[in-house]
Design a protein around this ligand. Structure first.
Ligand SMILES: *[C@@H]1O[C@H](CO)[C@@H](O)[C@H](O)[C@H]1NC(C)=O
Ligand SMILES: *[C@@H]1O[C@H](CO)[C@@H](O)[C@H](O)[C@H]1NC(C)=O
Length: 386
């Protein structure tokens, strides 16, 4: 039922740590659609070269799914990924779109918000705990349009796709590229307009995907805001256990294939919060309504599509990470700032402009801490001036 400590240790050592723990997505209260927010669906034709794994699991056997993840982390990506296969399909991408509440110079700018693993689009609106946790509300007030997507396999999107061969890193990257293309070039999209400036905003694995997208498609975005992220590899051991969503909570995930996984234990997920600096009710909601991560996301996490510098990306980049983010920083402001500075310089050598914010009182889920409002204002202040 769970991944062993050995597995996750070697996951840390042999991969990069990032995806082993990335993040969680909540799931039950509808996103706050107050004001100018609405639900939209994009139908995007996507072609991607997904990975073929040496020993795919039996999709109907939980032990086989668990063994697959162990196999991946112990075998290592070189021997585990044995080729690619083409996925060519039209995918529905659900999203929450919010309009600016003030007219500013940013009125032709769209921020696209991309969540991490085990989360969905609702994390950006703070699950209904108030506007102090709502990214949309702050950005809309500063005059930006915002679009928080459910990544494929998450949120309101279909969970019928094969979680091992289809819901993978390369497919996410191509899907997000098609989304940007649709929003830049043709009014025949669900927002019925185009945008001249695109800001990609990520959290955790969402930030990893954005970095990979910037490498592959350097002109997709003008600005990147990467939260809960760095290129730092934690040397520590964190044991995280996952189990099939359909077993964990059959009422929320009826007949969802076993390769769609969730965190088994609340304690593991609480590691995304800095004790004493968040509302415990939010952490409780966050676990009770977590979203999924797929076997394919785990196993594609170390492929070529995933890592390396975004050479050729000539836009701007801001990295924003909690000092107590145990996956991506080290708790002293100075040390964390050093890591974030190194991330900007190392991953974006051709950037026009770069910056970083080490958030003092937050761990991984920085927008769900008491300091969220201050973080939003700092981010908007920096990026708004660029
Ligand atoms: C998306 O996440 C929210 C956050 O808590 C959750 O309430 C909701 O059920 C999730 N959506 C789906 C369709 O699982
Ligand atoms: C993908 O499918 C479309 C529609 O079926 C087709 O026109 C296109 O040639 C296909 N592309 C690839 C790369 O297979």
């Amino acid at each position: 039922m769970s991944i062993s400590q050995r597995t996750l240790t070697s996951c840390l050592l042999s991969v990069t740590g990032a995806v082993c723990f990335v993040q969680a997505a909540p799931a039950s209260r509808p996103p706050s659609t107050r004001g100018g927010c609405s639900r939209v669906v994009f139908n995007l034709p996507v072609t991607a070269e997904n990975y073929v794994f040496v020993r795919p699991p039996d999709p109907n056997s939980e032990p086989s799914i668990q063994a697959f993840i162990v196999d991946f982390f112990t075998t290592g990506p070189d021997k585990f990924i044995i080729g690619t296969h083409t996925v060519n399909e039209t995918f529905a991408v659900n999203a929450v779109y919010c309009k600016p509440t003030r007219k500013t110079k940013h009125r032709n700018t769209l921020q696209i918000l991309i969540h991490g693993i085990t989360y969905n689009s609702t994390m950006w609106s703070g699950y209904g705990f108030g506007d102090q946790y709502n990214w949309h509300a702050h950005a809309n007030r500063a005059g930006y349009h915002t679009l928080a997507i459910d990544r494929l396999g998450h949120g309101l999107n279909s969970r019928s796709y094969d979680p091992t061969s289809i819901i993978q890193t390369p497919l996410h990257i191509e899907t997000h590229h098609q989304l940007v293309t649709a929003l830049r070039t043709s009014k025949s999209n669900p927002l019925s307009r185009t945008f001249s400036k695109i800001i990609l905003v990520g959290h955790s694995y969402g930030s990893v995907l954005i970095t990979a997208q910037a490498r592959r498609y350097p002109s997709d975005a003008d600005v990147l805001i990467l939260t809960g992220f760095s290129n730092f590899v934690s040397g520590g051991t964190v044991v995280l256990e996952f189990e099939p969503a359909a077993i964990h909570d059959a009422s929320r995930f009826p007949s969802v294939p076993y390769g769609y996984l969730v965190f088994q234990n609340k304690d593991d997920r609480d590691g995304f919060y800095h004790p004493g600096h968040h509302d415990p009710a939010i952490a409780a909601h966050d676990f009770a309504w977590e979203d999924i991560v797929t076997t394919g996301e785990f196993a594609s996490s170390s492929g070529d599509a995933m890592w390396g510098a975004a050479k050729g990306y000539r836009g701007k980049v801001l990295v924003v990470t909690g000092v107590y983010d145990r996956e991506f920083c080290v708790p002293s402001v100075e040390e964390c700032e050093g890591i974030l500075k190194g991330t900007v310089e190392g991953l974006f050598p051709d950037r026009e402009r770069g910056g970083y914010v080490a958030v003092r009182d937050a761990a991984h889920d920085l927008t769900l801490h008491y300091s969220a409002e201050e973080t939003f204002e700092r981010v908007i202040g920096i990026v708004g001036g660029w």
